[in-house]
Design a protein around this ligand. Structure first.
Ligand SMILES: Nc1ncnc2c1ncn2[C@@H]1O[C@H](COP(=O)(O)OP(=O)(O)OP(=O)(O)O)[C@@H](O)[C@H]1O
Length: 630
């Protein structure tokens, strides 16, 4: 709805809080405000270009796409102007007064957490949270926005605020579509009128913006000093031939892809620059980010940018790579995509499927190459994205074998990551299977008694501590003819060494007594082949859900029944032997109940669980008091 009156509005509470933070406490890196406003202008130009392809009624359809930055020393005003889609009255009040998405809150949470831990809130990442516009209040004590929407019939609108909790919206004069943002610079921010400073900032942060950024400078007497000098490159970086580009160039463009800024030390761990001709013609420039993007596990995460002949057609297109490669960021530009269709139709276009097929293969090849030639870099990739990549084992049967070769695990041998190929190569002679253990964390699996027999035989056990590993092992029953065997499930079939050979009836009395006394706690009791030092452990049946899987499903609020487990006793353990002796010689001795319970307690404790702490203490003390002789 349009109205000719000037109206005052209050910012939504979270915007006010954000503004207080931005205007009062952040004085490092103030220059990023320009990057944010230029990026908004560029987005608005992209939108206009895209809408103009299908909407013949769009205002100023053939208007030249450009961004103008005007430094007016006489007025003390810095202006950023674009010929983009503009905003209607309703849009301006919504976009610059409330928050259409949850970005502000997330940004505030992060800033607050930084403040609480004694750090300065990092304003640099403000753009990643979708609240970049407000960063302009770091340098301006008043902002005037004039905009004319490209929509048919829209009227020009003026927005103004001093960032103090309110803003006003009213009519304006403007004849061509686009947006002008006037920053009335604070007395201590006049440096942002300096020509060289502005050029430096634009080159640093916005060089790869594909629209020309033109600079005009007016001196303090009102004379034009510079008129319309183009400051940025304004070329599509990805169209340049690979042979002309250096690693430094690629790293620069990486910053652009990541939204203009990356944290210190965040250099891409690899990149892929692909010029493909058949069956679809496209160029892709993809990066493996040095630091995991914050939205990696969010539904609305960013994906690759899709261009059709240098025009952005989708800011974030998740059809170009499978979900398990979602950490890859970059640009895809195709000659073969129709420009004059809706976004929905584009999403379903067959060219995307073909591009996705090629990109998936190439990214996996890139990873394979890094794993082979730069194992240390690959370890970083694995630590950052291994849990995401593993999803592919379960979801992508086409690339199953390639993905299996990319798997890395820490093992019971040491802290190094190994591939399955390395594991098999270094297996001692006679080792019949590949052993693994799944659990809640690396620390938890490392102290598990289930590893004892494998350790004693010199067999490495793969540590699987990501929830997704439970699905991986379901889809990977064997590798190079060797079965993958869980050390926590089933009757572990490890060849026994001479020293530890014992017959199944070795501790028959202890086993029988435990079965009898623990009927409501365990499904069965048996002699263990996997224990060497510990007295007892709990194992799962072979097949069926593992204990860890049960835990994961319960955390995901799925209704899974708790299955009873099997208690295994170590026939070489003195406590087990003592219980066995007592059970044979005095089967009705009252103490047997306590001892057998204690065996069960130990097994549960080894897994970090104490089902009955009070009972455990009582049992513990009754045994201790019996042993201390004064
Ligand atoms: N120059 C402009 N032309 C048209 N719309 C604009 C312009 N500047 C801002 N807007 C609108 O205001 C909204 C809020 O801008 P803001 O910079 O705060 O966040 P954002 O642009 O959504 O996030 P990000 O900067 O991370 O892309 C934008 O999404 C856009 O709709």
């Amino acid at each position: 709805m349009t109205t000719s009156r000037e109206e005052k509005h209050e910012f939504k509470a979270e915007v006010s809080a954000l503004l207080r933070l931005v205007t009062n406490s952040l004085y490092t890196n103030r220059e990023i405000f320009l990057r944010e406003l230029v990026s908004n202008a560029s987005d608005a130009l992209d939108k206009a270009r895209f809408q103009g392809l299908t909407d013949t009624n769009l205002r100023d359809r053939h208007e030249k796409a450009q961004i103008k930055v005007v430094a007016d020393h006489a007025r003390g005003v810095l202006t950023i102007e674009d010929t983009g889609v503009g905003m209607t009255r309703d849009e301006i009040a919504l976009n610059l007064g409330t928050i259409a998405h949850s970005g502000t809150l997330k940004f505030m949470e992060q800033a607050r957490a930084q403040q609480e831990s004694g750090q300065k809130p990092d304003v640099n990442l403000i753009g990643q949270f979708g609240v970049g516009f407000y960063s302009a209040f770091m340098v301006a004590d008043r902002i005037d926005v004039t905009s004319l929407s490209a929509a048919e019939g829209a009227e020009a609108v003026h927005w103004s605020s001093t960032g103090d909790g309110t803003f006003s919206v009213g009519p304006a004069q403007r004849s061509t579509r686009g947006t002008t943002i006037e920053l009335h610079l604070k007395p201590d921010a006049k440096e942002f009128l300096d020509r060289w400073k502005i050029e430096g900032i634009i080159k640093r942060y916005s060089n790869y913006v594909v629209h020309p950024i033109l600079l005009k400078v007016v001196d303090d007497k009102g004379n034009t000093e510079v008129d319309g000098k183009q400051v940025n490159d304004a070329t599509a970086f990805w169209m340049r031939p690979t042979r002309e580009l250096t690693d430094a160039d690629y790293n620069e463009f990486y910053k652009h892809v990541m939204g203009g800024f990356v944290l210190p030390g965040d250099e891409p761990l690899g990149h892929l620059h692909l010029h493909a001709d058949a069956p679809i013609q496209f160029v892709a420039l993809l990066y493996i980010p040095g630091k995991p993007p914050a939205d990696l596990f969010q539904e609305d995460r960013k994906a690759l940018q899709l261009y059709a002949r240098r025009v952005v057609v989708m800011e974030s297109c998740d059809k170009l790579l499978p979900g398990y490669l979602r950490f890859v960021r970059g640009v895809v530009d195709s000659e073969d995509l129709p420009l004059n269709v809706s976004r929905e139709m584009l999403q379903e276009h067959s060219a995307l499927t073909s591009i996705r097929r090629q990109l998936s293969r190439k990214v996996l090849k890139l990873l394979e190459g890094i794993a082979k030639d730069k194992p240390e870099t690959y370890e970083k990739i694995w630590d950052n994205y291994g849990a995401v990549l593993k999803e592919g084992i379960h979801t992508d049967s086409t690339h199953h074998d390639d993905l299996v070769e990319l798997l890395r695990y820490r093992t019971s041998a040491d802290d190094k990551l190994v591939s399955l190929a390395q594991y098999v190569e270094t297996m001692p002679e006679g080792q019949p299977a590949i052993y693994y253990i799944t659990g809640e964390s690396l620390a938890a699996v490392a102290r598990s008694p289930h590893l004892e027999a494998c350790r004693a035989r010199g067999y490495q056990v793969l540590y699987m501590a990501d929830p997704i590993d439970e699905w991986v092992v379901q889809d990977l029953s064997e590798y190079k003819g060797k079965k993958l065997v869980s050390v926590t499930q089933g009757d572990l079939d490890i060849p026994e060494d001479e020293q530890h050979k014992h017959d199944a009836g070795a501790i028959a009395a202890a086993v029988d007594k435990s079965k009898q006394l623990l009927t409501d706690k365990v499904k069965d009791v048996r002699v263990s082949k996997r224990l060497r030092e510990s007295a007892a452990c709990l194992v799962d049946d072979s097949g069926g859900l593992s204990r860890n899987m049960e835990r994961i499903l319960k955390m995901a609020r799925q209704d899974v029944p708790t299955r009873q487990r099997i208690l295994e006793l170590n026939p070489e353990h003195p406590f087990v032997q003592a219980v066995d002796k007592l059970a044979r010689e005095a089967p009705s001795d009252d103490r047997l109940g306590t001892y057998v319970e204690l065996l069960y307690d130990q097994a549960a404790l080894a897994e970090g669980q104490v089902p009955d702490p009070a009972g455990l203490l009582k049992r513990f003390n009754s045994v201790l008091s019996g042993t201390i002789k004064i």
